[in-house]
Design a protein. Structure first.
Length: 196
């Protein structure tokens, strides 16, 4: 029987989760089976259960790992002693980097979270809402300090997050610009658009 191959400093569970993220992005969570995952990993389906309990556990792992990464970054930025516009730019760049370099798992976390089961589903929904509110608070802070135009902060957050989610089409494009150029253009359009 084949063994799960894992790289240096990568556990077998990490390998399974990374493979699952690619599979869920490609086929969707609902249409992906444990057998599909076992085929991608190159093992019998039964041997997956030595490392994970269920498909739903994998989705929880992906969603909350990504969410915690974003929250930890947000907390560092919130406590930094820089202007609101610099905070927004730093957060935006982080989002872009994550969508470029950790595409599969960020995509799954953003699109497939609806398949989580409670209490994980309601916990994740609360986490998403809170994150957006905290981003909006930074924009409101910038409006008060006259750095940012007098706009509706929650709407600005939605536009920014949807623009970053649109990097999915960049991944699928056959004639795409360089990743650094993509980041530079997105920051220029969105951050400059906020400035007063």
């Amino acid at each position: 029987m084949a063994k799960i191959k894992s790289g240096q400093n990568v556990t077998k569970k990490d390998t399974i989760v990374a493979t699952a993220a690619a599979l869920f992005r490609e086929k969707g969570y609902a249409a992906s089976s444990m057998r599909d995952l076992a085929d991608k990993v190159g093992v019998e389906a039964a041997s997956l259960y030595n490392h994970i309990k269920s498909k739903s556990e994998i989705l929880q792992d992906i969603c909350f790992t990504v969410a915690n990464r974003f929250i930890n970054h947000l907390e560092k930025v919130e406590s930094s002693n820089v202007s609101a516009i610099e905070k927004i730019e730093t957060i935006l760049r982080f989002h872009i980097h994550q969508m470029i370099h950790n595409y599969e798992e960020v995509y799954v976390s953003d699109r497939e979270w609806k398949h989580l089961e409670d209490p994980y589903l309601s916990n994740f929904q609360t986490t998403r809402r809170t994150y957006r509110k905290r981003l909006a608070s930074i924009i409101e802070e910038g409006i008060k300090s006259k750095e940012i135009k007098n706009i509706d902060a929650p709407t600005a957050v939605l536009i920014m997050l949807h623009a970053v989610a649109g990097i999915e089409s960049w991944h699928r494009s056959t004639q795409k610009i360089d990743a650094d150029e993509l980041e530079k253009n997105m920051v220029l359009i969105m951050v400059e658009g906020l400035k007063k």
